[in-house]
Design a protein around this ligand. Sequence first.
Ligand code: SAM
Length: 291
Amino acid sequence: MNGIPESLSARLKSAFGELFASIEAGFCAIRPVTFRVNSHKTTAERVAQGMEECGIRIRLCDWYGDAFIAENVREDALRATPFYERGEIYLQSLSSMLPPVVLRPQAGENILDMTAAPGGKTTQLFSLSGGKALITACERDAVRYERLKFNLARQGATRVNAMKTDALVLDDALKFDKILLDAPCTGTGTISPASPVRYSDGYLAKCTALQKKLIGKALKLLKKGGLLLYSTCSVLPDENDRIAEHAVRLGAKPVAVELPVQTVRLPSSAETVCICPDALYEGFYLAMFTK
Ligand code: SAM
């Protein structure tokens, strides 16, 4: 694919050898738009019926009853629907719906979404817990924090405690049953003809330094016996397996990630999953830990 920096191709070839061709094919794919129904406000059935009335053809995702794949429209058409306006749907890639599903938020659990904006996974955690988990969502960037608050309000996730703060300065005395660290990353898994590549080795180095700090902090904030889910929308081992190994060096115990779907995978360490980008899924990485 044109526009992939040589430094990124070289890194991917060195990590994955001949599988680079599959990754590159995934970069070239134009994925359909996918969205999640906000079960806090409506039902999948109502949305399905309404979309049909708007002339939008959708099909249900086979592993998630609240997720749909739009067959004949792009984002703008979905954003123009009343469901979007009312916060009854959230445009989200299928891969990025996986971390909350794997984390299985339950009523009454104290959950931290460490790096939360724009809030796709925060609102999903809220919905999956039936609106009954105690969720704290941190975001350090002021503009992105406003977006997070807007999305929480629109989706009716009013019980989420949103904090405009650097998660690295949270008080270590706080302890959470579950933590989602959907880390800032280079985003190499999301490369597509519609999404320009913003990669450099320097940017990667900045991301990995921050990821190490954030995962170290997450382990401090995790209750003994709790669950930490680390995810990125990157396929680079530097910000995936290498960060998971760093967590293990800090005392984290890996827990197997079990996905509800068989996606095409790239090699990654035992217990973790690295999804290869393809015509339906963005490249994505998930690792889970306890302590
Ligand atoms: N989980 C989000 C979602 O599904 O909508 C996407 C999160 S995005 C991958 C990572 C976010 O982390 C960015 O909004 C970034 O500004 C934020 N971030 C980076 N460093 C942070 C820190 N130290 N504390 C809190 N937020 C941080």
